[in-house]
Design a protein. Structure first.
Lengths: 250, 244
């Protein structure tokens, strides 16, 4: 479980996060949604420590991440897996080396054990046998799946996913969403996904917080979202004629 | 205005020299960087060094118009100017262009494509993993490159002098060996180590704090070369002032 309490963040004169609090439960897909510039990626980066919040705390199962020193933060980070918007695979390494990298860095496993783990992770994301390919040889969807394989290689307790569907076709997006959902469920991971993809919201949004202008505007689940009377959320979720028509049928 | 980047640079260096997570992974990276920085620069350093020596000999001979000065002085001038100034400084400036721009663009690209963030999330000290091997590799290989440069530069000077008839072979060798002080080599190596540190750390700093996209990576790379060159010349003056 991850708790965030009263998170504030500014960049110069730009007040990006204005006191956001929520609880992200274990074994659940927690979605942070909002329009461009609403502060969702900044919130995610504050949670994982890529940005220091100006005020507030991030608590991982009772451990206050924001008050920790460098060494203590590293111990928490070993329990974190993250899939980046750009996948962030290391260009100079093969798929196998990318997934093996955290294992090389933090475990004393033998090469055979590490290779078994890599193959298991690749099988899990349906990329068995792609070990020797370089990131440049992969499609966007494959890169995302290798990113997921790398993120789960250390068996994380917390999985953060930044815009998993950006740049992907609808079918591949659904495959990635389902994969995130399965992994969360299977390993009882606390998963936090930043997205503005409505298919993801409706498909895997068990717990959703909606950010608007740096503030938490709404909190609920995908079942509740269709019946909300929050104007900002309605404007965001049902922006297109297609989604408006779908809502009327609900 | 200068204090903010200076403070950031010092803090980055502090992070660079934190205890590595696993030495054997860093060792592999150091060997990889030694190959890239050292072996990868042998040709360019060799070519410029030979020509540096040749030009120094020809220009020294051109300026020695008095019959009262022995021609062997050409060998001494080529030797001392090569060891003390030309080989370390010109090689360092060339390496700032070759190695510095490569380091800045490599790290800058990793920054803008979130690869550095990925390292941080894994719990890896990214400045240490990315920059320390480069600094160690440069501090080992650049002095070796400068030793090669000194040898080739003096050989180039000998070749130009004897082939053009500006100085006889015996005179050049006599001048190059007579009155040689080993301390000049010590000064040259001190310069080489300082220049190696400047090239890699300044370029890595520029790359590490890149933000934006491809355009900014290019800007960081250019800035890395310009600032490294200025810092090299400044350090060159300081070392000369302090040690000579």
């Amino acid at each position: 479980m991850i708790e965030i309490n009263d998170i504030h963040k500014t960049f110069g004169d730009n007040y990006v996060l204005k006191g956001i609090s929520s609880t992200f439960k274990e074994g659940m897909n927690n979605l942070i949604i909002g329009g461009s510039g609403s502060g969702k990626t900044t919130l995610l980066k504050c949670m994982v420590g890529l940005h220091e919040p100006d005020q507030g705390s991030v608590i991982y199962d009772g451990r206050d991440f924001t008050r920790m020193n460098f060494e203590e933060k590293i111990e928490i980070r070993k329990e974190i897996g993250m899939l980046f918007q750009s996948s962030a695979l290391f260009d100079s390494m093969t798929v196998e080396e990318n997934i093996m990298f955290p294992l090389n860095m933090f475990t004393d496993q033998k090469k055979k054990e590490k290779l078994d783990r890599v193959n298991f992770c690749l099988e899990r994301v349906n990329l068995a046998g792609k070990n020797k390919l370089l990131p440049a040889e992969l499609s966007g969807g494959m890169k995302k799946r290798v990113g997921i394989a790398r993120a789960i290689s250390m068996q994380p307790k917390y999985l953060f996913v930044d815009e998993p569907n950006s740049g992907l076709d609808p079918k591949t997006s659904i495959v990635i969403d389902e994969l995130i959902n399965e992994i969360t469920d299977e390993y009882r991971i606390t998963t936090v996904v930043v997205t503005h993809d409505m298919n993801s919201v409706m498909g895997i949004g068990e717990h959703i917080i909606f950010l608007y202008n740096g503030q938490k505007e709404w909190e609920g689940s995908n079942k509740e979202i269709a019946h909300t009377d929050n104007q900002q959320l309605n404007d965001f979720v049902f922006a297109s004629k297609f989604t408006q028509a779908a809502k009327e049928k609900l | 205005m200068i204090f903010y980047p200076l403070g950031k640079y010092i803090l980055l260096l502090k992070a660079v020299f934190r205890k590595p997570e696993k030495w054997n992974i860093y060792r592999k990276e150091i060997f990889h960087e030694m190959n890239s920085i050292g072996v990868g620069s042998v040709w360019i350093i060799s070519i410029i060094s030979v020509f540096l020596g040749m030009v120094t000999t020809v220009q020294t001979a051109y300026q020695l118009v008095s019959d009262l000065i022995p021609r062997s002085i050409i060998g001494s001038i080529v030797r001392d100017s090569t060891i003390l100034e030309l080989s370390p400084t010109i090689s360092a400036i060339v390496l700032a262009g070759k190695v510095g721009s490569s380091v800045a663009s490599q790290i800058g690209t990793m920054r803008v494509t979130e690869q550095i963030d990925a390292l941080e999330i894994m719990g890896i000290n990214s400045p240490g993993y990315l920059i320390l091997p480069k600094i160690i590799a440069a501090v080992i290989t650049i002095p070796l490159l400068i030793v090669i440069s000194i040898g080739l530069s003096i050989w180039g000077g000998y070749l130009a002098g004897t082939l053009s008839g500006a100085v006889s072979s015996n005179d050049f060798i006599l001048g190059a060996t007579d009155g040689f002080r080993g301390f000049t080599i010590v000064v040259s190596m001190i310069k080489a180590i300082i220049f190696a540190f400047i090239i890699t750390s300044v370029s890595a700093y520029q790359g590490f704090y890149t933000s934006g996209g491809a355009l900014e990576v290019g800007i960081s790379s250019t800035r890395a070369v310009v600032i490294s060159c200025i810092m090299i010349l400044f350090a060159d003056y300081l070392v000369a002032q302090l040690l000579l």
